[in-house]
Design a protein around this ligand. Structure first.
Ligand SMILES: [Zn+2]
Length: 366
């Protein structure tokens, strides 16, 4: 009988027919709720604890509909609960509930985008140009609201990312190194040059023309087999300053593809013909090459000045970290072949070690 009285007293006190109440917390504040209460009922009974649904906004930010945005947002024990599911979620003891304002929503809109071209930043000076970061265009957007009809210039919605090239000249400490480089091959003159390098125990770098490389793949393979570095000198040796974006990309890609075909070389190192590679060419190539390599000593072999003059040019101007330009293609290279042994012997006598461009780059800062 005593039990019945207590139970009835409970009914009287709460008045809703709930025999048992459980503690929960809402936004950190303790609440007592009937044991069979759903999340939906709790929210309705408490007017969402003053949280409001989001607004529907026009593209300029005017309110189109007060409760037209996202509904009030609930979580239960850290899990999001969709408003439509709230009535089927029963609350358990010590449930942690949060209720927040719904987010405002911008009306559906058309986007008219205009690209913002990236900038090309070339840092420093030197013989090695290294791509540090590719460029990415940004965009300006104009939004036209589908409900309001408003047209709003949103400005630079996406900022462009600079293309960055670092330029430097490696000058290793405590040793004297020099890099011999040969352009425009392979050709009938490459073999004799390779023979001399082999006899002298010297490694060099060959900047090869793609269409020549596929014509003489065995020469490409020999260069690699004998420890030399092979990089690209374009596909057909154009002046890259005169190429448009599409032409430049195709020259570079085909040049690299042909090196790959000839000898399975994968490289993204370029020496642009005539060294003509500036901000526009970095922009157009945007990631197709990661290095452009210039030279610091032009032997002027292309003028056919005679072997002694070529040799004198190299020997009189040599310094630590120098990159010497010679040719193993692109014309009669008899003078280069005649000059090369004397150049190598003379440089050895001056105390130089011979490095490839990759090796020279690796010495940067050492
Ligand atoms: Zn060339």
């Amino acid at each position: 009988m005593v039990v019945v009285v207590v139970a009835l007293a409970g009914v009287g006190a709460w008045g809703y027919g709930h025999f048992r109440h459980i503690p929960v917390s809402v936004n950190g504040a303790d609440q007592q709720v009937g044991a069979d209460t759903t999340l939906g009922k709790l929210m309705r009974d408490n007017n969402d604890f003053d949280a409001k649904p989001g607004k529907l906004l026009s593209v300029s930010g005017k309110v189109l509909k007060a409760a037209g945005g996202d509904p009030v947002a609930y979580t239960l024990n850290g899990q999001k609960i969709a408003a439509g599911d709230a009535d089927s979620v029963k609350l358990s003891e010590n449930a942690k509930i949060t209720v927040k304002n719904g987010k405002d929503v911008t009306e559906k809109h058309d986007v008219q985008g205009t690209p913002v071209p990236f900038n090309v930043v070339i840092n420093g000076h030197g013989v090695i140009q290294k791509l540090r970061q590719v460029g990415k265009d940004g965009s300006n957007e104009v939004w036209t609201g589908k409900i309001s009809g408003e047209k709003v210039d949103k400005g630079e919605v996406k900022k462009p990312q600079d293309l960055i090239v670092d330029t430097f000249s490696p000058q290793p400490q405590g040793k004297k190194v020099i890099a011999l480089t040969f352009d425009d091959g392979p050709s009938q003159y490459s073999g004799p040059i390779l023979d001399i390098l082999k006899n002298e125990g010297v490694k060099a770098t060959f900047f090869d023309v793609g269409e020549h490389a596929v014509a003489e793949p065995q020469m490409e393979q020999r260069m690699l087999a004998e420890g030399h570095q092979v990089a690209s000198h374009s596909n057909t040796h154009p002046d890259m300053w005169k190429l448009n974006e599409q032409q430049l990309q195709s020259e570079i890609s085909q040049g690299l593809d042909n090196l790959k075909k000839a000898s399975n070389t994968t490289t993204k190192m370029l020496r642009a013909p005539y060294g003509n590679f500036g901000a526009d060419q970095w922009r157009y190539s945007n990631g197709l090459v990661d290095y452009n390599v210039i030279w610091t000593i032009d032997t002027k072999d292309w003028k056919l000045p005679g072997a002694p003059a070529i040799s004198n040019e190299a020997l009189s101007k040599a310094y630590n970290g120098a990159v010497v330009l010679m040719h193993d293609g692109g014309g009669d290279r008899t003078e280069d072949i005649a000059a090369l042994p004397g150049i190598i012997d003379g440089l050895k006598a001056q105390g130089f070690e011979f490095v490839t461009i990759d090796q020279l780059i690796a010495m940067n800062g050492q």
